[in-house]
Write a protein that binds this ligand. Structure first.
Ligand code: 59G
Length: 229
């Protein structure tokens, strides 16, 4: 079962995950009433930029992350940002509370110049995440596992990242058994989502290319994290 130090680790990560969220005044912009493709793209760009800032702050709270090589920290953030944002936006879509963001976010994503070939897998993913009914600890730990993926491009000390990731995976596996006793393969299903995230990340690269073809501009932070422009 989960040890005392694993409990402490899970609490640190879950508290940080809940503390670092897009500010409500930024999220509320989704509710404003312009719905042109241009307006949707601009709003989504603002959401993504804010989400990256939130992600950087969250990552600093992952025990051991700041002890990694500085360049490896950057490589892990760049390599996982899109996947972490898919996970975060998935939680928004599957939130029960009628924050109203769900519908407008879906509407804006569907009408922001993303081609249908990417929209379908994207919303299939959102649905498959919803079907998992993850508790918030599982969401926080799964995002952390995604960030601590050792084989991202340009990571030098993969062993150091692997050690951190294994620590989190061990807690996540035990938590899944506790939270879903009637579903022994639940942990395996969760990890299967990480494979789906990699595929979505490849689609995302093409999404960026097609937006740029139509002369869409990104913010400096997104250009830096996604190596565009
Ligand atoms: C540059 C831009 C056009 C773009 O490029 N690819 C993607 C992109 C898309 Cl379209 C889908 C998935 C991933 C990415 Cl990066 C995006 C938009 O990325 C988003 C990132 C994050 C949110 C997001 C997060 C949290 C919350 C919360 C909350 O927590 O309370 C309330 S509202 C909300 C909104 C939305 C969109």
């Amino acid at each position: 079962e989960i040890t005392k130090e694993q409990q402490a680790l899970m609490k640190i990560i879950t508290d940080a995950y809940n503390r670092h969220q897009i500010p409500q005044d930024v999220a509320k912009k989704l509710l404003q009433d312009q719905y042109s493709a241009e307006e949707n793209f601009l709003l989504l760009t603002e959401m993504a930029t804010s989400q990256v800032q939130v992600l950087v702050e969250f990552t600093k709270n992952i025990p051991g992350f700041l002890s990694l090589d500085r360049e490896d920290q950057i490589a892990l953030l760049k390599g996982s940002a899109v996947e972490a944002m898919f996970l975060r936006s998935a939680q928004v879509f599957n939130r029960k509370t009628p924050s109203g963001h769900t519908e407008v976010l879906e509407e804006r994503i569907r009408k922001s110049g993303i081609s249908e070939e990417f929209i379908t897998p994207m919303f299939n993913f959102y649905k498959s995440i919803g079907e998992l009914h993850m508790v918030q600890e599982e969401q926080a730990l799964l995002t952390t596992v995604t960030i601590l993926t050792p084989d991202r491009p340009y990571v030098k000390d993969q062993q150091a990242v692997e050690r951190l990731q294994e620590t989190i995976l061990d807690v996540l596996r035990k938590l899944c058994v506790l939270q879903h006793p009637q579903e022994p393969q639940y942990f395996a299903r969760l990890l299967g989502r990480l494979t789906e995230l990699r595929t979505l990340s490849h689609y995302h690269t093409e999404m960026l290319a097609s937006w740029r073809m139509n002369d869409h501009k990104f913010t400096p932070l997104l250009c830096e994290i996604w190596d565009v422009q």
